[in-house]
Ligand binder design. Structure first.
Ligand code: FCB
Length: 436
């Protein structure tokens, strides 16, 4: 066994991940409705170069070829997301048969090639009509999500073993409703707090729905990192506490422990906002989870004045490369929450170049190797981590950064839609098929 994976159990699984809006394109085909990202990306200044996901990687039309690519990497699992407005255009009412058929064919193609489908119900593409009705700050959106989960399960439940409700509710709530950096681009802390609760409620309602239908591998995916204080100065310590509170505990405490953390509730109240908990909500939100999906990219050091750069090397996103923060995060999650974990995303953007048909992305190989080693170290230390899914299968639409930030193991030429395996894809394949 290679040093990188030393200590990982034999049944540890490997995969790659994508999301619907970032790869599919076909934004107005086969009855697909608009999502908040279709609208937001058209807002001047919202996305670098005014780019959008109209075409993206054209995966909607190239799905069979992409599934062959996935299978060729030797992975066990492929994590994809379903576009809500593709299968239920306005976010209510009956299923759109042509939309759901795409995912049915995707699932069949994966299974034929021996790859397990891992389905995420929501990776940020809320139907625009639901946003127009109030979006995530509105409680009713959570009920709409439960219905949508049922529709998708009606069609795919016989073939999809693993279900994730939400991807990174922090991004939906905070980037979407507080900072306005993501769709729908609103800028209200109070709305972000309402959105947070309704996202968690949506998760719980959908989890209950799926559980009652017999789904036995169910979870939610959160983006997390380690937060440390720059010094023992009380201002720095408090900044790290708040970052952890609003980044991690505001989600995992209700999900796993059935309550919001008191210090976070006090912080929310101090800012004149509240979390709109109704009777019974916390019991719904804490429906037992089979897996917590962990998305890890970086960690932060905090001072009273903000995040403090440590001088470490950074990726093309300017995110510091901190593999040991990954180990400490996983050990901490094990200690505080004791739930099985899967790494549902980890990876990096670098300024890749295609030269003579090759992409020699040695910096991505180093990133992946150091982070998989970090996972293995956490497992050796007692963290119950069951698998690792790399972000991402291929270069794609990186939200507000557009197509300029490449996270793929596979290079995408956006002009010709040609896919080229980068060195990292070959390295990953060799690692997981035992060749390294
Ligand atoms: C995560 C998102 C994913 C991708 C990576 C780089 O926050 O879930 O869609 O953008 O970051």
């Amino acid at each position: 066994m290679s040093d990188v994976t030393a200590g990982l159990p034999d049944d540890f699984f490997w995969g790659v991940a994508t999301s619907a809006y970032q790869i599919e394109g076909a934004w107005d085909e086969d009855g697909r409705g608009l999502s908040i990202w279709d609208t937001f990306a058209r807002r001047p200044g919202a996305v670098v170069n005014g780019e959008n996901g109209d075409v993206a990687c054209d995966h909607y039309h190239r799905m069979p070829e992409d599934v062959s690519l996935i299978a060729g990497l030797g992975v066990d699992k492929y994590r994809f997301s379903v576009s809500w407005p593709r299968v239920q255009p306005g976010g209510r009412g009956p299923v759109n048969p042509r939309g759901i058929d795409f995912y049915s064919r995707l699932v069949d193609s994966l299974l034929e090639k021996g790859v397990d489908p891992w389905l995420t119900l929501y990776h940020w593409d809320l139907p625009q009509e639901l946003e127009d009705a109030g979006g995530w700050p509105l409680r009713d959106t959570a009920h709409r999500f439960q219905d949508y989960a049922g529709l998708v399960h009606d069609a795919l439940g016989d073939r999809v073993p693993t279900w994730t409700t939400l991807n990174e509710p922090w991004c939906s709530a905070v980037l979407g409703y507080e900072t306005g950096r993501h769709a729908p681009g609103r800028t209200s802390f109070a709305e972000a707090m309402r959105a947070t609760h309704h996202l968690l409620l949506a998760h719980g309602l959908a989890a209950g729905e799926l559980r009652s239908r017999g789904v036995s591998s169910l979870g939610i995916t959160l983006n997390m990192g380690s937060h440390t204080a720059a010094s023992s100065d009380p201002g720095d310590v408090d900044a790290a506490r708040r970052a952890d509170g609003f980044g991690t505990r505001i989600y995992l405490d209700p999900l796993v422990l059935g309550r919001y953390p008191d210090d976070v509730l006090a912080d929310v109240a101090a800012r004149g906002a509240s979390i709109p908990v109704a009777d019974g909500d916390l019991a719904v939100i804490s429906t037992p989870l089979d897996v917590v999906g962990v998305n890890y990219y970086t960690s932060h050091v905090h001072s009273a004045g903000g995040v403090v750069p440590t001088g470490r090397p950074v990726t093309a996103m300017d995110w510091e490369i901190v593999p040991e923060g990954f180990t400490s995060l996983l050990l901490r999650l094990q200690r505080d929450y004791s739930v099985p974990m899967v790494i549902t995303e980890n990876g990096a953007a670098f300024d890749d170049r295609l030269v003579d048909g090759l992409v020699e992305d040695v910096d991505r190989v180093a990133y992946l190797a150091s982070h998989i080693s970090a996972v293995a170290a956490a497992v050796r230390g007692g963290a119950d981590v069951r698998g690792y899914l790399a972000w991402s299968l291929m270069d794609n639409f990186e939200w507000g950064y557009g197509y300029g930030k490449r996270f793929g193991l596979v290079w995408v030429d956006y002009g010709s839609q040609e896919r080229v395996l980068k060195r990292s894809a070959r390295w990953y394949r060799d690692l997981i098929t035992g060749g390294l």
